[in-house]
Ligand binder design. Structure first.
Ligand code: ACM
Length: 519
């Protein structure tokens, strides 16, 4: 378990030199179709077989590690029918088993890294923290045949090539955003999206909870936001909203997969649903009409009214109380109906409110026009000069450049769903960019990570959304996880091609891009 890849290579080379034995370097492990590509994978001869003797042993008595073990068992058992059980042990497990243990002493692996040692006798997965074990389990899933993801019994064998993987992410924030305001997505649909993120080792789900077309989170002190403002969605069909209980259920579901939910209340623009729900939030005191179109930039909270800040304080307070994650996203984008001389003091005051509720501020790049709080993060989507203004104030940047990272852009002019105002984003455009090289002024040390937003003007359910999400999401996961010097388009698409089988086994809808040599 303690063998480091470097030691293994030295041992192999010594063996090669002494007796001409090359077996130690032969294995398929480095050529497996893992996404994101691991930092290091070294093969050894032979393979591990899951059999009816296999169980998952968890070192110590941690309920959290047992839960992670059970998560793996629940994936393996329906298809393999091997009746794999989770057991605890204080010693080395029985031969033939999978062993999960926290060994918190490996600085290189950091918070989310893991080491996977596969021998013909056992699979040993170790990490400093539970999140590392969870990511390692996604690797184990991807090393097994795609049919392991099916819910009905499948034929074996269930072999995994021997070797050692050591793996950890390039960026600590690897996320996606789901716009549940333009079209509402049910709790189960959001859970399904969370599962997709976890499978590719992403760790943030940003929920865009309010916009002109709908308010989607229950605020107990302002009940009309959802009772009225949540009624409809783009196109005029029924909308919906999450009760605080449902939102908490999503937070917990995500947390169990080491994903942080970041809630966004977009303001001062993109606020028609709130303005339609409460006349008092409008400068003229009159509630606006509900809106089911897709134009942007026409709405604004009334920045001069004191009630506006009471409203924001109530909303942020209720949301902060049910959000364990560190950030509240305040939007701030496309506030075309808010004069800049009103916008700046407004954003300053909203940042104050968020901070008073114990949260850090995240906002679209326009918020850098204001005076940023220390720890505020600027989400770069559109204007380089805004991101640079943020950097000049000491802020970190979250990379979501629309031209590269927007999951709602069409693949090409004839692909179903999506918009194209930022361009067409084929699978290669989504993959072939380096967050640390896109803008000369934004360097790796300025970047907390990447996020691929999915705006939902054109998609009304998760199946339609999946067409935009796949096959691009795995690319964003790799951009965020794998060191850029280890990423290569040709190698990536040959791995991606094999994931179709997995998506089919999981019932995932996807766009069959011609750029990928599908297997
Ligand atoms: C945005 O796409 N309006 C942030």
């Amino acid at each position: 378990m303690e063998t480091k890849p470097k030691n293994l290579i030295i041992a192999c080379l010594a063996l090669l030199f002494l007796i001409g034995q090359t077996g130690c370097i032969s294995s398929d492990l480095p050529n497996e179709n893992l996404i994101p590509k691991p930092v290091s994978a070294i093969g050894e001869r032979g393979s591990f077989d899951l059999t009816d003797q296999t169980n998952i042993f968890v070192r110590g008595d941690s309920p959290e590690i047992k839960r992670i073990g059970q998560y793996l068992a629940d994936i393996l058992n329906p298809s393999t029918k091997l009746g794999i059980e989770v057991k605890t042990t204080d010693t080395e497990p029985n031969p033939g088993s999978i062993y999960l243990a926290l060994l918190p002493a490996d600085a290189e692996l950091g918070e989310e890294g893991y080491e996977l040692d596969i021998t013909s006798k056992s699979i040993s997965l170790t990490a400093n923290f539970p999140s590392g074990l969870f990511h390692g389990i996604q690797t184990i899933r991807q090393l097994l045949p795609a049919r392991v993801e099916k819910k009905e019994g499948q034929k074996g064998p269930w072999k995994i090539s021997n070797g050692i993987i050591r793996d950890y992410p390039a960026y600590s924030y690897r996320g996606s955003m789901l716009d549940v305001a333009r079209h509402f997505f049910s709790v189960d649909e959001v859970k399904r999206f969370i599962d997709h993120l976890a499978f590719y080792k992403m760790n943030v789900l940003h929920l865009h909870l309010s916009d002109d077309q709908g308010w989607r989170i229950e605020i107990k002190s302002w009940p009309n936001l959802t009772a009225h403002g949540g009624k409809t969605e783009v196109g005029g069909s029924d909308g919906g909203y999450y009760t605080q209980k449902q939102y908490s259920e999503l937070v917990k579901y995500a947390e169990d997969q080491y994903i942080t939910i970041i809630p966004e209340i977009d303001m001062p623009g993109h606020t028609n649903a709130a303005l339609a729900s409460y006349g008092v939030l409008n400068c003229d005191g009159k509630a606006s009409e509900l809106y089911t179109g897709v134009e942007v930039g026409f709405s604004s909270l009334c920045t001069h009214k004191e009630i506006t800040y009471k409203f924001i304080n109530d909303v942020v307070g209720e949301l902060a109380a049910i959000t364990p994650g560190p950030y509240i996203h305040i939007g701030g984008d496309e506030s075309h109906s808010t004069p800049i001389e009103d916008y700046i003091p407004f954003v300053n005051r909203v940042q104050e409110i968020v901070t008073l509720h114990g949260k850090k501020v995240l906002g679209w790049d326009e918020i850098a026009l204001s005076t940023l709080k220390p720890n505020a993060v600027v989400q770069y989507w559109s204007k380089t000069e805004n991101a640079i203004k943020g950097l000049a104030q000491g802020a970190k940047v979250l990379m979501s450049p629309a031209k590269n990272a927007y999951l709602d852009m069409q693949y090409d002019s004839i692909s179903m769903f999506g918009l194209h105002w930022a361009g067409y984003i084929e699978v290669d455009d989504g993959y072939n960019w380096d967050p640390a090289r896109l803008v000369p002024e934004i360097r790796k040390e300025n970047i907390i990570g990447i996020e691929a937003p999915l705006w939902s003007e054109t998609v009304s359910n998760i199946t339609e959304a999946e067409y935009l999400i796949f096959p691009r999401l795995p690319g964003y996961a790799e951009v965020g996880w794998t060191p850029s010097e280890k990423r290569n388009w040709g190698d990536y698409i040959s791995r991606l091609a094999h994931h179709r089988e997995r998506w089919k086994a999981m019932g995932i809808n996807f766009y069959p891009s011609k750029l990928v040599p599908w297997k």
